[in-house]
Design a binder for this molecule. Structure first.
Ligand code: UT7
Length: 333
């Protein structure tokens, strides 16, 4: 029997309607549209508005859209992995909430927290279930409602993050398409540079933690930038070398969208021209687990069967990694 690989067979995205522009942020913190664009590449981001709305409210329509596109029912999904750092609740897992909302009665699932590398960690995890033959329709969701964690008085972070969701369906393939190889890494000593201090078991919520704004993102931008730019570029080059892929062989780089300068450095290191780099940071900012599947969704029409695609990310933890995918289908348009 030929080897089973896990192929992406459909992609869907969801972004909320509300657009938070740089001009609007200029009114609330000391910043300028020019500074934000030149330092990050971001022009606007989406924000999920509405009392009681959480990550699952973006994921449910994305996964339903995915099913419709592929012509399957939610009951056909046998596993759903939700990659997020902003799940609806500390527990239970948002994967359970999503499967309940969409009626995916035959799916089991769980959440993966790897910050901005969440989606690539989830994609590798999901692909193992497909490759083993145990599961045939695995949905991997990358979703974050970063607006729930952002301090809109902190100009370092409020300009970067946004809300959004992307989802892919993984199915078995016996022709060699799908996830070909991956490198995943982590280094917990990076904790101090990027985290949310309170709300977990070490510092449970209290009046004091709220007053001290410890439920927001703490990011030491420059330190994170330094690690991100080196590690994302290194791991992307490493997966190419490991698999003897030249820059001509690679059709697309799908980078985590944290900062355009990090993306440019990664593409340069891989020897790729700008035309081969998926970039939507100007529209959505950094949606953490959502960035990579949102890119795949937007570029789906341009992808061709057999394209070599490199996904690459770096995020809190620290976590980082890269995946080589051989794209499995031509878009139907
Ligand atoms: O997604 C996963 C992980 N996250 C990342 O990968 C993010 C990595 N870091 C970054 O993208 C960048 O470090 C930031 C975009 C967060 C900041 O850009 P930077 O070029 O590293 O700026 P900086 O922190 O070095 O600050 C430079 C100057 C400072 O002023 P002084 O000290 O030179 O007077 C800041 O106070 O820019 C100032 N500054 C701002 N000015 C206008 C910081 N934020 C802003 C702002 N508007 N929003």
């Amino acid at each position: 029997m030929s080897k089973i690989t896990a192929a992406i067979t459909a992609v869907q995205g969801y972004v909320p309607d509300y657009i938070l522009t740089n001009q609007e942020l200029e009114k609330t913190v000391e910043t300028t549209d020019e500074w934000i664009i030149s330092r990050t590449g971001i022009k606007e981001r989406r924000i999920l508005k509405g009392e009681g709305k959480g990550a699952s409210d973006m994921a449910a329509p994305a996964v339903l859209g995915l099913c419709k596109k592929r012509g399957i029912q939610p009951e056909d999904i046998d596993m759903l992995i939700c990659c997020t750092v902003t799940g609806d609740h500390i527990f239970p897992a948002t994967a359970n909430i999503i499967t309940d909302k969409i009626g995916a009665k035959n799916a089991f699932g769980y959440d993966i927290n790897a910050a901005c590398s969440g989606f690539i960690y989830g994609l590798v995890t999901g692909s193992k279930f497909v490759e083993s033959g145990s599961h045939k329709k695995v949905v991997v969701v990358g979703v974050d409602k970063m607006s729930a964690l952002v301090d809109y008085q902190d100009r370092q972070t409020c300009i970067i993050f946004g809300d959004g969701c992307g989802a892919v369906l993984l199915e078995p393939n016996t022709e060699g398409f799908g996830v070909k190889d991956s490198i995943l890494r982590s280094d917990g000593s990076g904790f101090q540079h990027l985290h949310q201090k309170a709300g977990g078991s070490a510092y449970p919520p209290s009046i004091e933690t709220v007053t001290k704004k410890e439920h927001h993102i703490h990011q030491e931008g420059q330190a994170v930038f330094k690690f991100a730019v080196t590690n994302m570029a290194d791991v992307s080059a490493e997966i190419m070398e490991k698999n003897n892929l030249t820059s001509d062989d690679v059709a697309w780089l799908v980078p985590h969208q944290a900062n355009k300068r990090i993306i440019d450095a990664t593409a340069r290191r891989m020897g790729l021209s700008d035309e081969k780099v998926m970039l939507n940071i100007h529209k959505y900012g950094n949606t953490t687990s959502g960035t990579i599947p949102l890119c795949l969704w937007e570029w789906e029409d341009k992808l061709k069967k057999g394209d070599n695609i490199i996904l690459s990310a770096f995020g809190g933890g620290f976590t980082w990694g890269a995946i080589w995918i051989k794209w499995a289908y031509d878009s139907k348009k």
